[in-house]
Write a protein that binds this ligand. Structure first.
Ligand code: P1T
Length: 381
């Protein structure tokens, strides 16, 4: 099956009772057993739920994996993945990554004696420099949030395999439409399904997809023990959102490209970060591992200050100032004071996340309207 067909059909079957084509919302916490242990595979909804099962089957198919697990948020998924490790283990992670990921690593898991090293994984050699006998996991976010750096998934995961290290790719910014990290050698793919996968800004959810049965068993055990599961109503909404992922992504990519090109020509704009530019550091890798370049664009202002960025963000009318990304409506954000405020200033400056950096999530509106909005806000701030 090709991608567009999988989105609509893979792992999904009409309701056997009624023929309902849409997966029913199994709004139940428990399931009646004929005698203890005599049931149809469902005992309690923390462990399994039929609406969640169909969503997981669909996600596994579109990420080209064997299994998927859905979580109550992207952070819930990250939390469970890190719990695969033991005190004393070390993790090497991208130095430019979602602020919440940095926060859970440094503020929660360092307390449990896990050690995190942050480095620029867009330069593959940096990984070799940090590996030691305690390294048990490599955390690759590509494209990164918010600098849109690109890491070479195939090269990095090959190094992990050689050293018996679990490789994880946070594929939130790309979505399964643009890249499938499992096909490039990753052990686990994670998503904030809150973003492109759901696509309508009405659900918070996470997902992990893989091929390895033993990782599946361990993660399912952690999930059932710790309890970060999504409800059936949210699973239904994500199943519905997924059916249009391919058509949404086409428009996100089209709008993202035109917005990035426009920004490059504006006199108030300093740098534009967009992997589709030939001048982007890892454009060739992006071209090799991604189908297109996505809808996210970041840029800095020539007058680099928080106040200047805030003036722009208050002047847009179509781009709503909000956390999150990947929905049908365009959003703008200020990473330094919003999504990445938990990263110390000296750390974020090192990765180019300046005070005036603005992050745009291009929605699927008409692109001319979006560009007029940005132009107006730049000229009036
Ligand atoms: O918000 P949640 O579903 O828990 O997902 C966390 C997460 C994980 N990974 C990446 C790359 C992310 O971007 C996020 C969430 N990001 C935002 C809320 C944001 O505005 O960037």
């Amino acid at each position: 099956m090709k991608f567009a067909t999988k989105l609509i059909h893979a792992g999904i079957h009409p309701d056997p009772e009624t023929g309902a084509i849409m997966t029913p919302i199994y709004q139940t916490s428990t399931y009646v057993q004929k005698s203890p242990g005599n049931h149809k595979g469902y005992e309690y909804s923390r462990t399994h739920n039929p609406t969640r099962t169909q969503l997981q089957n669909n996600l596994a198919a579109i990420e080209c994996g064997k299994w998927a697990l859905c979580f109550s948020s992207g952070m819930g998924a990250i939390d469970s993945i890190i719990k695969l490790l033991n005190p004393g283990d070390e993790i090497i992670a991208s130095n430019d990554l979602y602020g919440g990921t940095y926060r859970i690593f440094t503020k929660i898991f360092e307390k449990f004696n896990l050690k995190f090293h942050f480095t620029d994984l867009s330069k593959t050699d940096n990984l070799n420099k940090l590996i030691n006998s305690n390294t048990k996991m490599v955390w690759i976010e590509t494209p990164t949030n918010p600098m849109l750096n690109i890491s070479d998934i195939e090269a990095l995961t090959a190094i992990c395999k050689k050293n018996n290290i679990i490789s994880v790719v946070d594929n939130t910014f790309a979505s399964p439409y643009l890249q499938n990290p499992l096909l490039l050698g990753a052990d686990l793919v994670m998503h904030s399904a809150t973003k492109y996968i759901n696509g309508h800004s009405d659900v918070v959810m996470g997902a992990v997809i893989g091929n390895d049965d033993s990782l599946h068993e361990k993660l399912a055990f952690i999930q059932n023990s710790c309890g970060a599961v999504p409800g059936p109503q949210d699973c239904f909404l994500v199943l519905r959102g997924l059916k249009t992922l391919h058509v949404r992504m086409e428009r996100h990519c089209f709008n993202g490209k035109r917005i990035a090109e426009f920004l490059k020509t504006h006199p108030k704009v300093d740098k534009v970060y967009y992997p589709g530019f030939e001048t982007h550091n890892n454009h060739e890798i992006a071209k090799k591992q991604m189908k297109d370049f996505g809808g996210m664009v970041s840029f800095t202002l020539k007058n680099d200050s928080v106040e200047n960025a805030h003036r722009f963000l208050s002047a847009t009318k179509l781009f709503s100032l909000a956390e999150s990304l990947g929905g049908v409506e365009s959003l703008c954000g200020h990473p330094a004071t919003m999504t990445h405020a938990s990263i110390p200033r000296e750390e974020r400056i090192k990765s180019g996340l300046l005070d005036s950096l603005i992050r745009l999530s291009s929605g699927i509106e008409d692109c001319d309207d979006l560009i007029s909005d940005i132009n107006y806000a730049l000229n009036n701030s």
